[in-house]
Design a protein around this ligand. Structure first.
Ligand SMILES: *Cc1c(COP(=O)(O)O)cnc(C)c1O
Length: 398
């Protein structure tokens, strides 16, 4: 268009100038769109977005989101990726893509809390049952499987208490149960902790790797996003169809923020890992500390499996104090922290602290004092973090 006779508003919109192709820079441009153009009706009918060969609508992908999906599939060692507006939305997408009324989903007792809450509330209301299994006992998983089981969630390390399960053994139990099944059980790992750096989830045998990009890939504590990666084409197609029907778009600027975080992800992961090991080991030597949970500590649950299956250990450790320390003093320890801030999430620049009441979160008995403190190590100087913990420990005993 661009006819000189057109009105001013039209000429401002249908302007003939096109910037030359060939702008070549490190970052992928931020492509923002709901509408994308087609040259003719035939193109409108034929164009495909499912295989990333074309663009049809902002919700179906842009150059920015396609690029992010491809890089995340590579990060996780998979072939396909879909993005969701948060990590929790990615969990919900997996549930809704694979579960129907009458099906059952199995969730580890130490799963990310909102995964369990979604099952307890919405999935139950929709006629989908869930069972909780002990991720440290493959026999317990085997006993929980029924003919209705359709999806099994796994998490390594577990949320908050950081037990490291034997994923190949758990997957082996499910593969054995799948022999002769018309609808095989799908295994989905919440890989937020490993982030594609600590281990390759597909090498451990899972079908689906979900991740909260909110954590390591963003790294900035300023973006919410999730991803679901698969190797299997049919599983990916099922996810993609449900994803489209639910309308789970992500913002272009948020996709750009994650693309910016990705190149430094391995460096940040290993730096936070080194600082966390140092602080966790130091914490173990402090008075009133009963247990420190961190997969690289020899007495942490699943340590031997972690050594066999993982290359890194992330930025989280959790502390349980002596039973004689009352819960209010544990809260006083958290309140006394200055460099560590009180706040949810992790893997950003700022170190964070959250106290949890484990017995209210778990189906199985918890043998320690109920109040546990989870610490997430950021990117500050490790000596400042140690000094902060040391001064806050003073608040445990008045
Ligand atoms: C944070 C987190 C999620 C959810 O991510 P959001 O983007 O906050 O919704 C899921 N799983 C694990 C293990 C997490 O830590």
């Amino acid at each position: 268009m661009g006819a000189a006779s057109a009105g001013e508003a039209t000429r401002l919109i249908h302007h003939p100038y096109r910037a030359p192709d060939g702008f070549d820079a490190v970052m992928v441009p931020v492509h923002k769109a709901s509408t994308v153009f087609f040259p003719n009706v035939a193109a409108m009918r034929e164009r495909q977005w499912q295989d990333k060969s074309g663009y049809t609508y902002g919700l179906h992908g842009t150059p920015t989101t396609f690029t992010l999906e491809e890089r995340l599939a590579t990060l996780e060692g998979g072939h396909h990726c879909v993005l969701a507006p948060s990590g929790l939305a990615a969990i919900a997408l997996v549930d809704l893509a694979f579960l129907r009324a009458g099906d059952e989903v199995l969730i580890p007792d130490n799963a990310y809390g909102p995964n369990k809450a979604l099952a307890t509330h919405e999935l139950t209301a929709w006629g989908i049952r869930h069972r909780i299994y002990d991720p440290m006992d493959p026999a317990d998983l085997a006993a929980a499987i029924t003919p209705q089981t359709r999806l099994v969630w796994l998490e390594a390390a577990g949320s908050v208490t950081l037990e490291f399960p034997d994923v190949p053994a758990l997957v082996g139990v499910i593969r054995a149960a799948n022999e002769g099944r018309a609808r095989p059980i799908v295994t989905a790992l919440d890989d937020t902790w490993g982030a594609g750096v600590a281990f390759n989830p597909f090498d451990l045998g899972v079908d689906v790797a979900m991740q909260a990009l909110t954590k390591y890939p963003s790294g900035g504590a300023d973006v919410l996003m999730g991803s679901v990666v698969t190797r299997d084409e049919a599983l990916h197609r099922a996810l993609l169809s449900t994803h489209m029907r639910l309308g789970l778009g992500v913002g272009a600027n948020d996709a750009e923020a994650v693309l910016r975080g990705l190149p430094s992800l391995p460096l940040r992961y290993h730096a936070q890992d080194a600082a966390t090991r140092e602080l966790a080991a130091w914490m173990q030597t402090q008075p009133h500390v009963a247990r420190v949970f961190h997969p690289a500590l020899p007495d942490s649950p699943g340590h031997a499996v972690w050594r066999r299956d993982a290359r890194a250990a992330g930025c989280l450790f959790s502390v349980v104090f002596d039973p004689a320390i009352p819960a209010q003093r544990v809260d006083a320890f958290c309140d006394a922290l200055r460099v560590f801030r009180l706040g949810y999430s992790w893997a950003g620049p700022v170190s964070l602290c959250v106290p949890y009441d484990i017995p209210t979160m778990r189906a199985r008995p918890w043998p320690y004092a109920p109040r546990l403190v989870r610490l997430a190590v950021g990117l500050e100087d490790v000596e400042d973090l140690r000094a902060d913990l040391a001064q806050a420990l003073g608040a445990l005993v008045p």
